[in-house]
Every structure is written in C-alpha cells, then in structure tokens.
Write a protein that binds this ligand. Structure first.
Ligand code: ADP
Ligand code: MG
Length: 464
C-alpha cells in the first residue's frame, strides 16, 4: 500500500480542516479581490500545513507570494480565521509547480535555499542555488540544450537569440535557465537579468493593469539585458497578457537583448499566436529529452555525492531502471532512501532500496517497440508531426525523417518491408528498401547522422 505523508497524529486532521476552511475562504475572497488578479494569482495558491497557529500556504510564483504578503495578508487571514473558527496567521512558501510533482516530490527539501538579490530597477526574483551548470549532468538527451545555454550565458545577445528550450516535466529546463542566470550574474555583473515564470509575468501584468501602473510595468520589463522566461506555455489562452508579452519580447529583441524561453512543447504546438511562435522559431530551438540509462545513473551518482551518500552500484542501476522519465522523481527517491538509511543507521542496500521504492514506482513493463512509437519519437526528433511523416510530402527534412523512421523500424521491430510501407500511408516496399539502404550508407559516411540514429535507437530501447 502506498504510504501516506508521515504526518504526526493530529497534523493530518488539522490540514484537512485547513483545506476545507481555505476552500470556503476562497469564495469570500473571490468577492473581495479584483477578479483577474484572483484568477491569475490566488487560484493557484493551496494550503500545505498547519503549524501551530500558523497556516502555511504555497505559491507557485514569486509574484503571488509577494502579492499575498504585501497586499492581502490581513484580508486572507481574516477570511481563513473566520472559517477555521480560530485566529490564524498566514505565511506563504514558494514551491515548484505542483502540477509537475511526482509522488515523492513532497520529500524534497522543505524550503528551497534561494537567494534574493533584486538589483536596481529589477523585479524581485529567485534563483535556486543548486541550479548551476556545474551541477548539471550532460548526456545525449540534453547535450544540445546544455551547449546552447552555455553559449548564450557566455555572450548574451550574441549567439542564439531567442533560445527556446522545450521538453517534458522534470527534465532540467528550469535548471538550465537558472544556470544561465547564475553565470551571467557572475561573469557579466553589469548586465540586468530577470528570471520570470510566465505565471509571474501574468500576475504582474494583471496587477499592473488593475493598479493602472502599466507604464511602470513596461519600464521595468524593457530595461532587461537577459530575460529568462520559464514555462511559456502558461500564457496559452490569456489574450491580453499574450499581447503584452509579444510587445515586451519585441522591444527587447529589437535592441539585441538576450531572451531565453522554456516550454513543455515546441513553438509550433504552443497555443500562442503565430507571430509569437515564428519569433521563437527564428532563434534556436532545442529540446531536452528523457535521459538514457547511463545519464540517469550519472545523475543519481552526482546527486548522491552532493548529499554525501554512499550508494552501491547495483542500487544506482536499480533506481535508474525504475525511474525513467523525470529527474525530479529521481531526487525524491534518493531523499527517501537517504532518510530511511539515516533513521535506521543502516547502509543503503539493494533490499532496502527495493523495499522503499517498490511502493512508489511500478517495475518497468517489458518494452515493446512498435512502428507507431518509432514514428512518434523520430517525428519529435526532427520536429515534424507524424501526420506529415505519413503524407506524400517531399520536403527534404520530412523525407529525411521518414527514411530514418523506416530504417529504425526495420532495425528495432519485426516488421516486413510491405508492413513498413503501409505504416507510412501506403508506400511501396521498394521505397522502404531504398530508404533503408540510403540511411545505412549515411550512417557510415556521416558521424552526425550516426550519432542521431544511435541516440534515437537508445531512446526507443530504453522505453522512454
Ligand atoms: P523542468 O523545469 O524541466 O520541469 P527542472 O529544471 O526543475 O525541470 O529539474 C527537475 C529537477 O531535476 C531539478 O532538481 C534539477 O536540478 C534536476 N535535474 C534535471 N536535469 C538534470 C541534469 N541533467 N543534471 C542534474 N540534475 C538535473
Ligand atoms: Mg521548470
């Protein structure tokens, strides 16, 4: 059975009471607080603990935290106290995006160690001190993103602009973005940097509109030399904020200021407008993919070392096999093992790790590669969509992607040439054969193609 959060007796009850009171208080607050502000900031805040008479709320954006602490603390305290039936104080903690947390993430260090150094005219922002280039483990899945981030950090505005990093949750986007921030702060101290989550940008803009301070807002954002924008997908559906973002983006970009963006999707698939997507694509677009087995092992070793933990190699391998696609979950797992070993005064063993982790992660199923999965992975790699891959398109990048996919399907599955042809919208078996021969030759002649193919094949075989 899955173990619950280990709350002491009474804590769980008071948290439940707090949650109930919070949901009622929200209804009151919705009437008292300006609607756009409420929707963009307060609706993402949740109660996380009752510590004595202190109700702890979590905020996922610095702006929401700032806004509650500085403007609405007493309103919120009153509403919450009324519904709880006892006087409470409210404090706000900044946490990572909760929607991206895995089952073990509540085990991360409770309060991230952060530095706060707003420079002149800067909006306050936080950088996690661990998110540096030195602490980033590089492997095939993130090499390109890492190199591009370093290039940008070394000479902001001079290499790739904008740099757009996309990939699934927990794969190091925020880490890289903040690493750029740390680097620029250290080596270009004269440059004004700003780390903004798209959520913070939204809250900030909505607040500026409601306080009639848009001129100030614009001045603040248009003074930045290096703008690091996290989770740009958050802007989808927010028309006015999107428009303001577009203008901010342009005014910085026009004068050669560096912009780096992260997102969970490539620009084309973002539900923003075309103007924005094409601006993003005009720079360099790189992805971070789920790490392969070796990289996962290296990450586990590196994180363990940072915690002064000794972990036998077979445990490292066990964990790397078990947790495949989210590095945040790897960290949570390590923390749990660490806590257990310390509590029991026992060295970490495979039995212990198996016991602890089996409750949270399913053993990976046997990985069956199908033509569909190959097409998906190859399409993502070449940034075309699967439909185009299977269409008659003769565009050169599509042809290349299609041929690589055919080659990999032949290598990694039992499919016959006619079956492969069928999977690509009814191509002839001789077309498939031609593709396979062509790629086989290219692999020998061109090391870039060879690397690409082996990375793709590794990704497919590791079941990511
Ligand atoms: P994302 O923003 O893509 O959701 P994060 O950047 O927040 O993910 O990364 C999640 C966690 O995993 C962070 O603690 C980060 O330090 C760690 N992490 C991700 N990629 C790497 C890597 N290549 N090397 C070391 N740690 C990593
Ligand atoms: Mg992130």
């Amino acid at each position: 059975m899955r173990q619950k959060n280990q709350l002491r007796f009474g804590e769980e009850e008071s948290l439940i009471a707090l949650r109930t009171a919070w949901s009622r208080a929200l209804e009151d607050l919705e009437r008292q607080i300006n609607k756009p502000l409420f929707e963009s900031c307060l609706s993402t805040v949740t109660p996380i603990a009752m510590e004595g008479e202190n109700a702890v709320l979590s905020a996922t954006s610095e702006f929401a935290k700032y806004w509650i602490e500085n403007k609405y603390l007493s309103t919120i305290q009153q509403a919450l106290s009324a519904h709880l039936g006892l006087p409470v104080r409210v404090s706000v903690r900044l946490v990572q995006d909760q929607s991206q947390q895995g089952p073990l993430d509540n085990l991360e260090a409770p309060e991230p160690r952060i530095e706060r150094k707003p420079g002149k005219g800067e909006l306050e922002f936080v950088l996690n001190e661990h998110f540096t280039f030195d602490n980033f483990v590089v492997g095939a899945s993130n090499r390109m993103a890492f190199a591009a981030s370093q290039a940008v950090a070394k000479s902001p505005g001079a290499s790739y602009n904008p740099l757009f990093i996309y990939g699934g949750p927990g794969l190091g986007k925020t880490h890289l973005l903040q690493a750029i921030g740390h680097f620029v702060r250290k080596y270009h101290p004269d440059m004004g940097i700003q780390y903004t989550s798209a959520e913070t940008f939204t809250c900030d803009y909505v607040a500026a509109v409601s306080d009639r301070k848009t001129a100030q807002f614009r001045r603040r954002y248009r003074n930045i030399d290096v703008w690091l924008v996290d989770d740009i997908q958050f802007l989808a559906g927010k028309e006015r904020t999107k428009e303001e973002f577009f203008h901010t983006f342009n005014s910085l970009h026009e004068v050669g200021r560096q912009i780096v963006l992260t997102s969970d999707k490539p620009p084309k698939e973002l539900e923003l407008d075309l103007r924005l997507s094409s601006r993003f694509e005009a720079g360099l677009v790189v992805d971070v993919a789920p790490p392969d087995l070796e990289t996962r092992m290296a990450i586990i070793q590196s994180k363990a070392q940072k915690r002064d933990m000794t972990i036998p190699n077979d445990v490292v391998l066990y964990m790397a096999r078990l947790i495949r696609s989210n590095i945040r979950a790897i960290e949570g797992a390590l923390l749990r093992i660490h806590a257990y070993a310390a509590m029991m005064h026992e060295p970490v063993s495979t039995d212990m790790a198996t016991d602890i982790l089996a409750r949270y992660f399913e053993e990976p199923k046997e990985n069956i590669i199908t033509p569909d999965t190959v097409q998906e992975v190859v399409a993502r790699h070449f940034r075309v969509d699967v439909k185009t891959l299977n269409s008659p398109s003769r565009q050169s990048d599509v042809v290349m992607a299609r041929q690589v996919a055919m080659y990999l399907i032949r290598q990694l599955t039992q499919s016959s040439l006619p079956t492969i042809g069928k999977a690509f919208g009814g191509k002839d078996h001789s077309t498939v054969l031609h593709a396979i021969n062509k790629i086989s030759k290219l692999v020998l002649q061109n090391s870039q193609v060879a690397d690409d193919i082996s990375a793709l094949s590794r990704e497919l075989q590791s079941g990511n």
